[in-house]
Design a protein around this ligand. Sequence first.
Ligand SMILES: Nc1ncnc2c1ncn2[C@@H]1O[C@H](COP(=O)(O)OP(=O)(O)O)[C@@H](O)[C@H]1O
Ligand SMILES: [Mg+2]
Length: 233
Amino acid sequence: MILDVDQVHAHYAKSHVLQGVSLQVGDGELLTLLGRNGAGKTTTLKTIAGVVAPTQGRVMFRGQPVQGMPPHAIARQGVCLVPEHRGIFKLLTVEENLLLGLRKRSPWQLDDVYRIFPRLKERRRNGGGQLSGGEQQMLAIGRALMNAPKLLMLDEPVEGLAPVIVEEIVAQLKAIKASGVAILLVEQNLEVCTQLADRHCILEQGRIVYTADNKGFLADEDVKDRYLGVGLA
Ligand SMILES: Nc1ncnc2c1ncn2[C@@H]1O[C@H](COP(=O)(O)OP(=O)(O)O)[C@@H](O)[C@H]1O
Ligand SMILES: [Mg+2]
């Protein structure tokens, strides 16, 4: 197991947003974290990354407690969050954006990222501001890879993107997973989730209310209505 989140609570001022979240990600596993808007998905990722400090509970990464550590110290251990708003530097080129993420001994160097994202190679001299939404997302993921993640956390990576780009990103995430990086994915697009995930868990009002492997999730029509308010297409 690479990540073990145990009974984590988090607050924004007096608002008690996470109310005892527990979830685990296995080595090389892809877990999706599902739930309606406002359930606390983004806050869960931020709490694991140390951007939000948990008020209670434990976050164990590769067997060591990381809760309460500053974000840069957690990142250094190999936890990488690609936030919803992708944080691309518009005035830097694609390649400069990538190199900002580079760690010396990262197994992911420029060529490795370009192999997975050929579009980024084509556009490497373009400014970050000239990229489409899909290309910006690829750049954000590519930059995260250069930071040598052992756990990659993605917050709604395909939101608002055209179906053909979504398919491209799904294939890229499959390749990243196949390389051995564990992934915690927050995503509303259930088709994407069920194409990628080993397991799913559902967050509701700051608690995990459901966990299943992909097969069990696909077979359980009720769960989508009950917790997500949607059916699979
Ligand atoms: N910075 C913030 N300050 C205060 N409340 C917040 C902040 N960010 C999120 N919230 C609230 O916390 C709850 C969970 O938000 P969030 O984690 O973003 O949910 P999700 O990602 O599942 O949509 C929501 O009620 C949201 O309004
Ligand atoms: Mg969110």
